[in-house]
Design a protein around this ligand. Structure first.
Ligand SMILES: C[S@@+](CC[C@H](N)C(=O)[O-])C[C@H]1O[C@@H](n2cnc3c(N)ncnc32)[C@H](O)[C@@H]1O
Length: 291
């Protein structure tokens, strides 16, 4: 086993020896081996190395990590069949994190140039050295970063889900400007389903189960966010104790997002509520011919 596996298996467990720790460590080793075997059977050739610093990987659902990434690649593939271009030569994954999706992009389009853009230098490095991506170091605000377009496909999973409204137009415009013509830009947002979950409704039990209590927000912040969505179609909140950080939680109703798209000179091609693993809304857009 690689040293990344050792760190991944030990992640979050007490450093001192306890019988329970030993049992959990052993159980994780078996689960990691089993999940690798299953995922390799589903996607032969898939790189299954996980960074111990990848917060998207949860020991409560190791297979879900791979399923979420594969789902994104399949959605991109469906969109390419529907709207073209036929065979993407340049793909940008932004933000790529530690490659939850990027590893599948590599597998689906082995001949394409795959660029991984991220704020975390360690994640950029992992995607380069382990998954073979071209590195793109991001910064804040991201619209000041040279993205190196044009790209045939841009995938942006769970980025706008974390930013206040002032970020949306500039982010969408900047990513749209890096898009080729033809070119597809797919991005995800939190919409009606997340609104229901944050409200405490049990309409989407699978999402509720996979989500932290009130999505990790303080009760009063969650209530304020929902009230803002009711009033304007958009709501944002910082995470507890992180008010200085632009990164929080955003819920945007589809009509609100459509207005921002128009202002950003992007043409809506497709929208699917819950289109990414049943939770996040999935948008497919292209650069407006007049933009
Ligand atoms: C919820 S994660 C999603 C990561 C990846 N898309 C995935 O699905 O695994 C959001 C990511 O956005 C990154 N991020 C935050 N601000 C950013 C910025 N200004 N430029 C690029 N990435 C940023 C964070 O570092 C984090 O990895």
């Amino acid at each position: 086993m690689a040293s990344t596996d050792v760190d991944l298996v030990r992640r979050g467990l007490p450093k001192i020896y306890l019988p329970t720790t030993a049992r959990r460590t052993a159980s994780r080793w078996f689960r990691l081996r089993a999940v690798r075997r299953d995922q390799t059977a589903k996607s032969p050739g898939l790189n299954t190395t996980i960074s111990p610093r990848d917060d998207m990987f949860a020991w409560s659902d190791p297979a879900g990590y791979f399923g979420t990434g594969r789902w994104a690649a399949r959605k991109i593939q469906e969109s390419l069949v529907r709207f073209g271009p036929d065979e993407p030569r340049r793909i940008l994954d932004f933000p790529c994190g530690y490659g939850r999706v990027l590893r599948h992009l590599r597998l689906f389009w082995p001949d394409a140039e795959i660029v991984g853009g991220e704020l975390l230098p360690d994640a950029v490095d992992f995607c380069h050295t382990v998954l073979g991506a071209i590195s793109l170091q991001s910064s804040d605000p991201l619209w000041e970063v040279e993205l190196g377009g044009p790209y045939d496909v841009i995938w942006s999973g769970s980025l706008l889900t974390h930013f206040d409204e002032g970020y949306w137009g500039a982010t969408l415009r900047h990513l749209g400007e890096a898009l080729g013509r033809p070119g597809l830009f797919l991005f995800t947002t939190l919409g009606h389903r997340s609104y229901e979950v944050l409200s405490g409704s049990d309409k989407y039990p699978a999402i509720t189960k996979a989500t932290a209590y009130r999505c990790g927000l303080a009760d009063e912040d969650a209530d304020r966010l929902l009230a803002s969505v009711d009033a304007t179609g958009f709501g944002f909140s910082h995470y507890p104790g992180k008010t200085g950080d632009p990164y929080g939680l955003a819920i945007a109703m589809p009509e609100w997002v459509e207005r921002v798209l128009t202002k950003a000179n992007l043409r809506l091609l497709a929208f699917e509520e819950g289109g990414w693993v049943g939770h996040q809304d999935l948008w497919t857009v292209s650069a407006d011919a007049d933009g």
